[in-house]
Ligand binder design. Structure first.
Ligand code: 3H9
Length: 702
């Protein structure tokens, strides 16, 4: 890498303005060479008699994306970022930060160390460290709090979301907004004005500490304790901000550093950083690196039910045009009104305004009952009833009407896509695009590849996913692909725990305490107990005599307890509430089934519940890997994080298994197999990794 820091005089009228530019693509991360270069540049500026004001800039598309995350976990190399920023702030000639694109984390902390800040109107400024299990560790908690006050500082630091340049100006985080096309020129002009007005240095760190507002801090603490659900970073960040109210800068910085280094040692930090890199690596398929993609501006959607309308909404929100085909015009009209409702909700969420909605509905959506309307689109997604017969019939028709080369995708969540492709004369153009419901909200998309899918079809699917703002994961064909296949297995483990004595409520609570968004029985109520019933019916022929069948689930279904939609499932939902209430009748029903099966209920600790659930998940994940259904463990992690409510701070199941130690996971499985060696059969890949002393991470670079 060539020198990432340049030092140059602006040389316009010999004005004494110096430009210190950071060029460390892609995001100008503050890696070791950048820190060293920045420190040297600041020292040079201090000693440069011909220079009176310095402007720090980022080259390329943004200012600075933060500390170099890939260095975390390795021993730190001097100079550290706090030291570099202290040198910037200490400088006795003015330093201006000229921000464009984004200033995040350590990047914003560099700007806080500068004496003046100008930002482009489109710039975003933020301290996202909590999203990586950290807190701003280079003075951000101390300087920002002094500059914009406790409440706003806590909003930015504990939430981790960036603010706009306009908001930054409103809170006096920056001094000026620039709307021009050249931040470099704007920085120079600001510097010249400072020089001409004789402006002196102005150090954020020397501002008085904000008074300790005990009530405000307590309100924040209660709020964060309620929302933390096991995550430690935001509460630790609160402690650092609180330190700014009662310590001088040096003490506050020392306290911030202590808290930062403690977080750096946590598994949560490792989990969140794994998730950060995994979600970026997941779409990188080396085998497709130079594969051309087909342009997609308009798509066809077959079927206007919840999924079809959701997929159409997602495409419309991303600027695509959609032709939705239903069997009859009346159903097509109904789909249009579902899409309109989805768009109205998007307006409420601030995703678009009503004018844009009107344009979408008038110009970019057509809802028809005629397949010929999609004869010239490059991609068609089928989202009709989940039945092989129905889907094959639709694909037979699509093969006839779609233009040559058009991609034909199915949104099936478990059917054999090879068999669907086989009814067409173009199996290489067929693949699965498995959206998750609601399709316009959920970020996960499984791109399911058949034995014959062509590389350009796969590459186009990934490009489409990016356009839709989805996180796409490559999967191969099997019953349930990656996510639903694993869900089916770990859900069965939960059913066994239930049958052996735990209540569904204890199981849900234990898993929510572990960090899941919801427990499996609350999820079942949300999805509808008819879904599980239909799956069991479908798989009836594959049932093994030793499978432990969840008879109680069938009974709940027969009682019309379908979950939230019928007001009763595992939980009661009085008067349409969405938070379920435990129901003793369900416990009595399960107790009767246990008795009929001759099972003497036993107690489970929450820890044991989590241990079994996770062991089942990881074991099936290992099988999914060895069968090539998922490429790498990180693909599985991303699927579970984005589609199944797995706690992000645990990094995903395969990462969490590595953290625990694969030997321990395997020992658990062997222990459980002593009671049930039918369900608990260790995956050969798991055994192999343990024998070789390796972990799942070792398979991620493959
Ligand atoms: C911090 O600052 C701690 C300090 O308080 C204290 C220190 C003492 N480092 O996302 P993209 C890579 S913590 C290393 O696709 P975009 C990324 O992996 C940090 N690498 O681009 C990808 O690599 P590849 C606080 C990084 O335009 C490539 O850059 N900062 C970093 O969609 C492009 O990334 C953050 O948390 C990094 N900091 O979005 C910001 N950032 O091409 C994290 C990115 O090999 N970063 N990479 O796959 C982001 O949010 C986005 O990357 C950003 C650009 C918005 C900047």
């Amino acid at each position: 890498m060539c020198d990432p820091i340049s030092y140059e005089h602006s040389y316009q009228d010999d004005d004494g303005v110096v430009l210190i530019t950071i060029a460390n693509p892609p995001v100008n991360a503050l890696s070791h060479k950048v820190r060293a270069g920045l420190l040297a540049a600041v020292q040079r500026f201090a000693d440069d008699d011909s220079a009176s004001v310095a402007v720090i800039l980022g080259s390329g598309r943004l200012f600075i994306g933060g500390a170099d995350i890939s260095e975390f976990g390795s021993p730190p190399i001097a100079p550290g970022l706090p030291e570099v920023i202290a040198a910037v702030e200490r400088c006795d000639k003015p330093v201006v930060a000229a921000i464009h694109g984004t200033a995040l984390g350590g990047g914003l902390e560099v700007a806080l160390g500068a004496h003046y800040r100008i930002a482009h109107i489109d710039a975003k400024l933020g301290l996202p460290e909590v999203k990586l299990g950290l807190l701003p560790g280079a003075g951000g908690t101390q300087r920002l709090t002094r500059l914009i006050g406790i409440d706003q500082a806590l909003m930015m630091i504990t939430g981790g979301n960036p603010i706009s340049a306009a908001q930054a100006l409103e809170h006096s985080l920056i001094d000026r907004i620039d709307a021009g096309a050249d931040i470099r020129q704007a920085g120079i002009e600001f510097a010249r004005e400072l020089q001409q007005s004789g402006a002196s240095v102005r150090r954020s760190g020397e501002l008085p500490s904000p008074a300790a507002d005990t009530d405000l801090l307590q309100q924040w603490r209660s709020k964060l304790e309620r929302s933390a659900r096991g995550e430690v970073a935001a509460l630790s960040a609160l402690n650092a901000v609180e330190a700014a109210t009662r310590m001088d800068l040096a003490e506050g910085l020392a306290e911030e550093r202590r808290l930062f280094l403690a977080l750096m040692e946590t598994e949560q930090r490792a989990g969140l950083i794994h998730a950060f890199f995994a979600e970026r690596k997941v779409a990188k398929l080396p085998e497709l690196a130079n594969t051309a993609t087909m342009p997609i501006e308009q798509i066809g959607v077959i079927g206007g039910g919840t999924m079809g309308a959701g997929i159409a909404t997602s495409a419309l929100l991303s600027g695509l045009s959609v032709t939705l085909v239903e069997r009859e015009q009346i159903a097509a009209d109904k789909a249009r009104s579902t899409i309109a409702t989805n768009l109205a909700a998007a307006i409420k969420r601030g995703k678009l305004d009503s004018k844009q909605r009107d344009v979408i509905l008038e110009n970019r959506l057509s809802t028809v009952s005629d397949f010929d309307a999609i004869s010239d689109v490059n991609l068609i997604i089928e989202a009709v009833f989940e039945s092989m017969e129905v889907k094959q019939s639709v694909f037979g028709t699509l093969d006839k009407v779609a233009k040559p080369g058009a991609i034909l995708a199915t949104n099936t969540s478990y059917l054999d896509i090879n068999a669907i492709a086989a009814v067409t004369a173009r199996p290489e153009a067929v693949l699965g695009l498995h959206f998750f419901s609601p399709a316009h909200v959920m970020k996960l998309l499984e791109v399911v590849i058949t034995d014959k899918t062509a590389p350009e079809v796969i590459a186009t699917a990934f490009a489409l996913a990016k356009r839709l703002g989805k996180t796409a994961v490559r999967a191969s064909v099997c019953d349930g692909f990656i996510g639903n296949r694993m869900l089916s297995h770990y859900r069965t483990a939960a059913d066994h725990i239930l049958l052996d004595g735990a209540s569904p409520y204890q199981i849900d609570k234990a898993l929510v305490s572990y960090g899941f968004a919801m427990g499996p029985y609350a999820v079942a109520d949300l999805a509808g107990l008819d879904i599980g019933y239909a799956t069991r019916q479908r798989r009836a022929a594959d049932r093994h005599p030793r499978d432990r069948y969840p008879l109680w689930a069938d009974e709940l279904h027969h009682l019309g307890r379908l979950g939230q939609k019928s007001g009763r499932g595992y939980y009661l939902y009085p008067e349409g509430t969405r938070k379920g209430v435990e129901d003793p009748e369900v416990e009595a029903l399960i107790a009767r089934i246990r008795e009929q099966a001759g099972i003497r209920p036993r107690t489970f600790t929450d820890e044991e519940i989590v241990c079994r659930y996770m062991a089942a998940m990881v074991n099936e994940g290992a099988r999914v890997l060895e069968e090539g259904i998922a490429n790498r463990p990180l693909d599985i992690d991303v699927v579970l994080l984005y589609g199944y409510g797995f706690p992000r701070w645990r990094g995903g199941p395969m990462h969490a298994a590595d953290q625990r130690g694969l030997e321990s996971v395997l020992a658990d499985i062997h222990r459980f197999a002593e009671e049930d060696d039918h369900f608990w059969q260790a995956a050969p890949l798991l055994k192999k990794l343990v024998e070789q002393g390796r972990n799942f991470a070792s398979l991620n670079s493959a």
